[in-house]
Design a binder for this molecule. Sequence first.
Ligand code: CAA
Length: 241
Amino acid sequence: MGRIALVTGGSRGIGAAISVALKAAGYTVAANYAGNDEAAKAFTAETGIPTYKWSVADYEACKAGVAKVEADLGPVEVLVNNAGITRDAMFHRMTPEQWNEVISTNLNGVFNMTHQVWSGMRDRKFGRVVNISSVNGQKGQAGQANYSAAKAGDIGITRALAQEGARAGITVNAICPGYIGTDMVRAIDEKVLNERIIPQIPVGRLGEPKEIARCVVFLASDDAGFITGSTISANGGQFFG
Ligand code: CAA
């Protein structure tokens, strides 16, 4: 059995690709998800990766969920904080609910999850935390004040925890994907996507989930032990952050 890896939002989109790539690299993988039971069931049937349902926005649910994963599989050695949502709206129309939902999942979720595994990683003197931020956390995006703020926050917590974890053998890194061909991106109005967004991507296409998963596998590996607090930008040249 390889190391135990837990991927939040791990049954769909970029998270599913990360779960599959970690399994292929020899990890024992658990995929968390929050809502889509059918997709999770199909994912487990297809990949053999077990799925666990809770919301990363809920601290107590994270505590119980991680305890269940650890009881089933063993201590979590690799945590990939991938779960994320969008509630896009121009700021003058953004509601407090849209703001709070995105901050709760995309930023508080990283605290809620990492807090459950941090002490164990410190005790065992090994850990890998990979936070999936976004190009829009680096550059900001109109229509995404909530998402940009949360994803920028994910880079901040990455850098703080990298310093705290270094002596304990824990690395903490962020990946900033650009626009990747997932349901989240395909939900953007087609005209906005084709006329405003894709023209800003020098390689001229959306990224593939696998192209992010490969970065995670590298950062989780022993080979990446000297890399901590870093941000890998994988965005087709859209922004050099
Ligand atoms: N910069 C400045 N102003 C902009 C703008 C921009 N990029 N985009 C739109 N506006 C302005 C428009 O010109 C318009 O101005 P007026 O009212 O003066 O005419 C105003 O904002 C409203 O524009 P829309 O008619 O498009 O507004 P809408 O309410 O229909 O849609 C929106 C707003 C939902 C935010 C839409 O523009 C949108 O979906 N934008 C894309 C946002 C985006 O990139 N989301 C990424 C989702 S994927 C993801 O998040 C993954 C990842 O990590 C990359």
